[in-house]
Design a protein around this ligand. Structure first.
Ligand code: FAD
Length: 569
């Protein structure tokens, strides 16, 4: 670990005031300034800092506010890409899956999936396909796949639709909590010497007389101050927003991203009571759909809908909600209805344009682009492959900035919170090696041990922890990304907001009016995670959904596994 202050509890110094002080004290150009605090940008910070480069990350909102907190929560090779024959992408992702489980076992764990079989061909067909998936993982393999009888399938997932069920194929993949991994990566980067600031949008780029980039202009949203920051290399890791950053460089550039939205609906655990997920390899729109147990709830998604505008708070469309409900209705004995939706969320894929008409077939692989000014843009990829993407990006940035070459060390670098026996930590598993210090904090004052709401397992002390050690600045930061209340049960999250706001106000030295504003803005934001009355009325009635879903299910035909084409990533 590099020589940056670590407090007496051993926690990393992810503290905004200290980060601001470090920016002020930095009297030379940064080796790299990264725009965007999602998995791509923070992954780059971990890589660059651990090689000894001076790196600063600037995030316009909270870390993970964009796509990186809105994923399906899978660390996976991607069975879908195997179907497409993209063996290079699958192998790379399976290797990264293994590396990530090794370096962050407190956040990445194995999850059993079952592909339910309703047609005679599905067992042998998916059985063979998933054996190939096992093989491609090589020594990074999780549990092996195998075919299951009808009884064994129902024992694992008792809520499956039994009508016509023949059996299933089981396989294993990785599951994680995206926003918590991101916070732990930010802490890792800080421990390695990186400086990271949230609520600091980049609003302009600085250039020399030859038009080459020399730094960025950023706005501190808390103080209102503008900062001019020098950099040897500027990296655009703004995900779906990367074209707006490219336009700061050159207003006439063609867009590179084709944004596509995906949604998830969250239901009570009763819909998926065991620790086994359902994988539907081919929905009517030729996508993969998952139903996954996550934090004591059932998460179902996703869709792939081309959209025109990118926003930090994308909203699920009624037709997407219908589609997820319809697919779930075909596979679950008790069909979920719009009244069962506890929360819903949308995320935007930053897919690299390839000229194809359907976004589901656009490239998931990442792309590096270097503009004439030296602006280095990285787009695409997946959460699973963030480390590999960061390695390539830092290699390119070091060359562009004419820095001394240093090898990447992240393959072996333990991520903050690493705990070899995380299973023993129960509810606090996600905090890993911080769980003991958090427990001390919770026990230090009786009010810290008080639950925030009966529907979710969060304590008042976690709010204090998030402000002190995880750079939470708003009620949304805490309820949506330090814990996952907004994503699990939006109504309960709204009910917790006043308590959370008053604890945060005391910790941050803010007044009652700040707390009141926070409650009002969070309530408005979290309302978008619940179905409105209009949306409830617009969703198709259960009977109609059931018959369409069954009809579609009957029409299911095997996807052809394409002959593998080894592509260069
Ligand atoms: C529905 C869905 C499900 C997915 N599921 C999975 C999955 O299960 N597994 C998997 O591996 N991958 C999954 N992915 C892909 C994965 O989530 C993304 O590839 C990844 O999160 C992209 O991260 P990013 O950092 O590039 O973008 P983002 O997370 O969006 O980060 C970009 C950041 O840049 C910031 N920013 C923008 N402009 C500026 C500016 N001017 N100044 C400062 N900051 C700025 C934004 O606020 C944002 O926080 C999924 C994607 C979607 C949409």
């Amino acid at each position: 670990m590099r020589g940056h202050a670590v407090d007496c509890r051993g926690n990393s110094p992810v503290n905004r005031a200290e980060m601001m002080a470090r920016v002020a004290a930095h009297d030379r150009r940064w080796d790299m300034v990264v725009i965007g605090g999602g998995s791509t940008g923070i992954g780059i910070a971990v890589d660059a800092a651990s090689r000894g480069y001076a790196v600063l990350v600037l995030e316009q909102s909270d870390f993970g506010k964009g796509t990186s907190s809105r994923s399906t929560k899978l660390i996976h090779g991607g069975v879908r890409y195997l179907q497409q024959g993209n063996i290079t992408l699958v192998m790379e992702a399976l290797k990264e899956r293994g590396v990530l489980r090794q370096n962050a076992p407190h956040l990445v764990h194995d999850l059993r999936f079952i592909v339910p079989n309703y047609d005679w061909w599905e067992g042998p067909f998916y059985g063979i396909g998933l054996k190939v998936y096992d093989m491609l993982a090589g020594r990074y393999g999780f549990g092996g796949s195998r075919r299951l009888s009808r009884a064994a399938t129902l024992q694992a997932i008792p809520t499956l639709n039994t009508e016509g069920l023949r059996g299933g194929v089981q396989y294993y993949d990785g599951q994680f909590d995206d926003a918590r991994l991101l916070i732990n990566l930010a802490q890792t980067a800080a421990e390695q010497g990186a400086v990271l600031l949230n609520y600091m949008p980049v609003t302009g780029l600085l250039k020399d007389g030859d038009g080459l980039l020399t730094g960025v202009v950023a706005q501190d949203l808390e103080s209102g101050k503008q900062l001019r920051i020098g950099a040897k290399c500027v990296i655009n890791a703004a995900g779906p927003f990367c074209d707006s950053v490219r336009r700061l460089d050159d207003p006439s550039v063609e867009t590179m991203v084709s944004p596509s939205q995906g949604i998830h609906l969250v239901f009570d655990k009763a819909f998926l009571p065991n620790d086994t997920a359902i994988m539907v390899p081919r929905t009517p729109d030729k996508r993969v759909m998952f139903a996954i147990p996550w934090h004591g709830h059932a998460l179902v998604g996703t869709t792939d809908t081309a959209i025109d505008d990118v926003s930090l708070e994308p909203r699920p469309l009624t037709e997407e909600i219908d589609f997820v409900l319809e697919t779930a209705s075909a596979y679950l004995a008790k069909a979920p209805t719009s009244a069962d939706v506890l929360s819903m969320f949308a995320g935007i894929r930053p897919l690299v344009k390839a000229g194809a008409p359907n976004t589901a077939s656009l490239s998931r692989e990442h792309t590096l682009h270097i503009a004439g000014s030296g602006l280095l843009t990285i787009i695409g990829g997946k959460w699973t492959t963030y480390r590999h993407m960061a390695e390539e990006c830092v290699n390119a940035a070091a060359t562009l900035a004419k820095l001394e070459e240093r090898p990447c060390v992240t393959r072996q670098l333990k991520i903050h919170g690493f705990h070899p026996r995380a299973d023993d930590l129960g509810e606090m598993r996600g905090y890993g090696s911080d769980a003991g210090a958090l427990d001390d904090l919770v026990r230090s004052q009786s009010q810290f041990a008080a639950p925030l709401h009966e529907a979710l397992p969060y304590l008042a002390g976690q709010v204090v922890w998030a402000v002190r050690y995880e750079m939470a600045r708003t009620v949304d930061d805490f309820l949506s990304r330090r814990v996952r209340a907004t994503f699990l049960n939006a109504r309960s999250a709204i009910a917790m907001a006043p308590r959370v706001a008053s604890i945060m106000a005391a910790e941050l030295g803010r007044g009652e009016s700040w707390a009141a504003e926070q409650v009002a803005s969070f309530t408005q934001l979290a309302s978008g995670y619940m179905l409105s009355e209009t949306q409830r009325q617009q969703t198709r009635p259960l009977k109609a959904r059931r018959s369409t879903a069954t009809g579609r299910a009957r029409k299911r035909r095997p996807m052809r596994w394409r002959r593998p084409s080894v592509q260069k990533s």
